[in-house]
Design a binder for this molecule. Structure first.
Ligand SMILES: Nc1ncnc2c1ncn2[C@@H]1O[C@H](COP(=O)(O)OP(=O)(O)OP(=O)(O)O)[C@@H](O)[C@H]1O
Ligand SMILES: N[C@@H](CCO)C(=O)O
Length: 315
């Protein structure tokens, strides 16, 4: 369920009077997604998605909206926000911060083949290259500081083996020098369900609300862990190499990134183990988070540690 705050046709019609996209033709709630209220909106001039932000503070939203506008200006298929007649992206509807973005075409593919993984690598490099010139900066909200804080909060809920794994991994990650890694704005949640395929092209990359500045390689690791893991969790070498090659052809990976690759795959696995464990053990009242299985990413972390240095790379 993803419509938490209702919007009536009448309220939306009034709101749209301050936009240049024509009168309302159809309003329909979207049944996927767990963070915000989303609606498909058709007007006389086109198709859009209306998002009402349920929990994110209004002050944090301009970073994301301007990032999406910036990436869209660079030709990437991301949801460009629509400005109202006062030239503002962010409005208020049903008492919530609200934005209209362009509706993109396609559907997600939960079993992408190597050719699609390669295209995803190309897309991620494009996002990183365009992001280099983005004028705003915000640290990855799920970066190193968040990791420490969240680990402390969820640790009491873990069993002894899990606590040992967590403590050892936090020590390991704290020992990694990331200063030589190229950094920039990363999507940070480019899972398969956030990418829409239109025939064999990527029609959309959505859900930028975890974006921030961090090592670009971390984004690649998040993406590879989700796109290229086999059912047991081990990386599929063909798909991993395809994704990395697609990326490398656009933004060549450096020697420092090669060295840091195993550690980044572990950092990415830890990040999603922690966020899922937090959602599971410490659900915040008033937040409607669909809890995904934390054990999947705990087990992925075990596997990446066990793999040591023998993980697929571009070569
Ligand atoms: N710009 C867009 N164009 C086309 N479809 C979209 C767009 N934005 C969202 N959708 C559709 O709405 C669904 C829910 O959106 P989204 O994933 O952003 O929800 P959310 O609740 O904000 O985030 P989460 O994925 O964390 O639950 C997507 O799976 C997709 O089908
Ligand atoms: N991609 C996240 C969900 C939040 O967007 C996860 O799988 O835990």
């Amino acid at each position: 369920m993803s419509v938490f705050t209702p919007v009536s046709d009448a309220a939306l019609s009034d709101w749209l009077a301050n936009y240049a996209i024509g009168r309302l033709v159809e309003l329909r709630g979207i049944s996927a997604g767990v963070q915000n209220s989303n609606f498909f909106v058709t007007t006389r001039l086109g198709r859009y998605v209306l998002t009402l932000f349920e929990t994110m503070p209004r002050s944090e939203l301009p970073f994301y909206l301007h990032l999406m506008a910036h990436l869209a200006r660079h030709g990437l298929p991301v949801p460009a926000p629509i400005a109202d007649l006062d030239n503002e992206y962010l409005g208020t509807l049903s008492g919530k911060p609200a934005v209209l973005v362009r509706r993109l075409s396609g559907a997600s593919d939960m079993a992408p083949d190597a050719a699609r993984c390669r295209k995803m690598g190309t897309m991620l490099a494009g996002l990183h290259l365009a992001g280099q010139r983005f004028g705003r900066r915000q640290l990855n909200p799920r970066g190193a500081q968040w990791r420490e804080r969240t680990a402390e909060a969820v640790r009491p809920y873990l069993v002894a083996d899990e606590q040992r794994l967590l403590d050892a991994e936090l020590r390991f990650q704290a020992s990694i020098d990331v200063s030589a890694l190229p950094e920039g704005v990363i999507h940070a949640d480019a899972f398969r369900d956030n990418v829409l395929w239109d025939e064999d092209q990527i029609g959309g990359v959505i859900d930028f609300y975890f974006a921030g500045n961090d090592a670009l390689l971390f984004d690649l690791a998040v993406t590879v862990n989700d796109w290229c893991s086999q059912p047991g969790g081990e990386l599929n070498a063909e798909r991993t190499r395809a994704l990395l090659r697609g990326y490398h052809a656009e933004r060549p990976l450096t020697a420092a990134e090669r060295t840091a690759w195993p550690a980044m795959l572990r950092a990415a696995a830890l990040r999603f183990w922690l966020s899922r464990a937090e959602d599971f053990h410490l659900p915040r009242s008033g937040e409607m988070v669909l809890v995904k299985d934390p054990n999947e990413y705990r087990d992925l972390l075990h596997l990446r540690i066990a793999a040591g240095d023998s993980l697929p790379w571009v070569d």
